[in-house]
Design a protein around this ligand. Sequence first.
Ligand code: PMP
Ligand code: GLN
Length: 389
Amino acid sequence: MNFTSKLPDVGTTIFTVMSQLATEHQAINLGQGFPDFDPDQALLDLVTQAMQDGYNQYPPMAGVLALRQQISTKVQTLYGHGYDPDTEITVTSGASEALMASILAFVQQGDEVVIIEPFYDLYIPAIQLAGGKPVIVPMLAPTLDTPSYRVDWQRVREAITSKTRMLILNFPHNPTCINLTADDLDKLEDIVKETGILLLSDEVYEHLVFDGQPHQSLASRPLLAAHAIIVSSFGKTYSATGWKIGYCCAPKAISTEIRKVHQFMVFTVTSPMQVALAGYMKNERAYAGLSAFYQEKRDRLANGLASTRFVPMHSQGTFFLLADYSAVSDLPEAEFARWMTVEHGVGVIPVSAFYRTPDAPESNHKLIRFCFAKRDDTLDAAIEKLVRI
Ligand code: PMP
Ligand code: GLN
């Protein structure tokens, strides 16, 4: 057969590769980001109930209305922006589909899209499928004085030209675990005022922020909200990554274009889960307690790492934590992550996988990513193994 790959540089995602390796070697999997515990029983019961109640056929293309209404109420309550459930909120097959549909809807042949490195693995292939060209702005690396990654907004501004169609953001950030501050939003507002750029804001970890800091959603600033597609995921919020349900909020004209793609990509997403989520979200405690729950797990892992030769970095948000392994090995990150999985029984993700050229020396900082969305006994068992390395 005669064909040319549209994505010649793309292999299987690092998350799949490392999870398979962990399974093969019976390692404790702290790699791919998913909880090893079930969603709340009350939510599971609501799904069963919805199936029994006959919610088993196609729901509306944009999602079950009651769920869109709940999303609208939540965003209004938390971030003060009102999205119209009829025209501005679309329920999607995970955040992944919302991101892909948004990129396909707006990026045209030859358009540039600015992304910040390190970045989540979906963005570049999606931009390429749309015929666009990724323009990469590196984050400022941690230093002794400022031991955390930072965004250089000046460089972001400089990367935006007349060819730029979109700027993709992802905070709380996977994998660096940093959040935006109010000052970051000020700088972003300046950029939007000057350029009018369309923003695609991947906020899947919006409820996983720590140390009492609020999540700085782009929805909290009217100017940013007017220019933004805001994406979130029920997988992260309700510990149900396997349900693949997410959503995006955007002004009507933008949502209309996204729905044109969504209706032909998947048309709509699973009905009983949507009905159940709509019922479950009426209780805001379901997400209000998440930060405290995960902060405890973050601290459990960080404290455990203190008795190993790994040096944890501070995690401001997400359910991940980065650790430096330079006291353990000189191996590049991908090899080190394999070695840990195969020889020491703990699966992790190399941070270099979130760079354009993972094997390049400048993408390797002797950092691995741990997922702490795990039962306490899983974390303790992993720490026991890590202490021996
Ligand atoms: N964006 C980021 C930053 C993620 O970490 C993930 C992964 N889990 C996704 C998007 C995809 O989310 P979903 O599983 O809801 O498609
Ligand atoms: N987002 C998850 C992570 O960063 C993985 C999701 C996936 O495997 N596609 O680990």
